[in-house]
Write a protein that binds this ligand. Structure first.
Ligand SMILES: [Zn+2]
Length: 255
C-alpha cells in the first residue's frame, strides 16, 4: 500500500507545482483564488482537477470553453510522482524522504518556470539555500560543513563562469538565477553534488545546444535556459551519480 500512496501523494504535489509554475512568474498568490481556466475564468471543479486522469478524461481541453490545457500539467504530475516513489524507495527514513522530495519538487518547479519564462525565481531558490543547510543537520549523507561548502562552491563557481564569460564576450551567458540555483543544489547535495550538477548539466546542455544548432542552423544567439540542465544534473546525482563520483575519486586516490 505504501508505494501506491507515495505515488498518489506525488501526483497531488505535482498538481500544486503546476499552480506554482503558472502563478509565481506572474507574481500571483499560489493559494488564492482557486484554480480557474485562464481563458474563460470558470472555476475548475474537483472532478476536473484530478491529476492526469482529468486531463485524459477532458482530452486536454477546458470543459467550458474548449481552451487547450498544456501537456505540461500531466507531465509535471507524473514526474513528481515518479520522484516521490523513487526517493521513498531509497530513503532510510521518512525525514530523509521528505527533505529530498521537497528538494526534487523545487527543482521541478524551477525547471519548468525557467523553460517558459527564462527566470529562476528567488522565491524558491533563496529559501532553498537556507532549507538545504538546515536539512544537513538531519541528514545522514551530508554534514553541515559539506552543505556550507556546497553553497559557497556552487555560488562561487557560477559567479566565476559568469565573470569570465562576460570578460570575453561582453554578454551574460548565465544569470544570477543560475548562481542561486547551484548554491541551493550545493546546500542539499554538498560540494560534490554541486560540481557534478554543473559538469553533467553543462554536458547535457552542450549536446542539446549543438543538436539544435545543427537542426535549426547556426545561431549562437539562441539562448538555452541553464536551470533545467543544472536540475537534471542534481537529479542525476541523487539517482546514482553520487556513487559514480565516489568511485571516480577512489580511482584518483589509488592512482
Ligand atoms: Zn475555459
Amino acid at each position: 500500500m505504501g508505494p501506491v500512496l507515495v505515488f498518489i501523494f506525488g501526483l497531488i504535489v505535482g498538481s500544486f507545482l503546476n499552480v506554482c509554475i503558472h502563478r509565481i512568474p506572474r507574481s500571483e498568490s499560489i493559494l488564492f483564488p482557486p484554480s480557474h481556466c485562464p481563458r474563460c475564468s470558470r472555476r475548475i471543479t474537483w472532478k476536473d482537477n484530478i491529476p492526469v486522469i482529468s486531463f485524459l478524461f477532458l482530452r486536454g481541453r477546458c470543459r467550458f470553453c474548449g481552451e487547450g490545457i498544456s501537456f505540461r500539467y500531466p507531465l509535471v504530475e507524473l514526474l513528481t510522482a515518479c520522484f516521490s516513489l523513487y526517493l521513498f524507495s531509497v530513503s532510510s527514513s521518512l525525514v530523509e524522504y521528505s527533505i529530498y522530495f521537497v528538494f526534487a519538487a523545487s527543482l521541478i518547479a524551477i525547471s519548468f518556470i525557467d523553460l517558459q519564462h527564462r527566470i529562476i525565481p528567488n522565491q524558491i531558490s533563496i529559501p532553498g539555500i537556507f532549507l538545504g543547510f538546515l536539512a544537513s543537520f538531519l541528514l545522514p549523507r551530508i554534514t553541515w560543513a559539506d552543505s556550507l561548502m556546497g553553497i559557497l562552491f556552487g555560488g562561487g563557481i557560477i559567479y566565476l563562469v559568469i565573470a569570465v564569460y562576460y570578460l570575453f564576450t561582453r554578454r551574460e551567458g548565465m544569470g544570477g538565477g543560475d548562481l542561486k540555483l547551484l548554491a541551493m543544489i550545493g546546500a542539499f547535495l554538498g560540494w560534490k553534488g554541486a560540481v557534478f550538477s554543473l559538469v553533467a548539466g553543462a554536458l547535457a546542455g552542450s549536446v542539446l545546444g549543438l543538436t539544435l544548432m545543427l537542426v535549426r542552423g547556426w545561431s549562437r544567439r539562441a539562448q538555452i535556459p541553464f536551470g533545467p540542465f543544472l536540475s537534471l544534473g542534481a537529479a542525476g546525482f541523487l539517482c546514482g551519480g553520487e556513487r559514480l563520483v565516489d568511485w571516480y575519486l577512489s580511482i584518483l586516490r589509488q592512482g
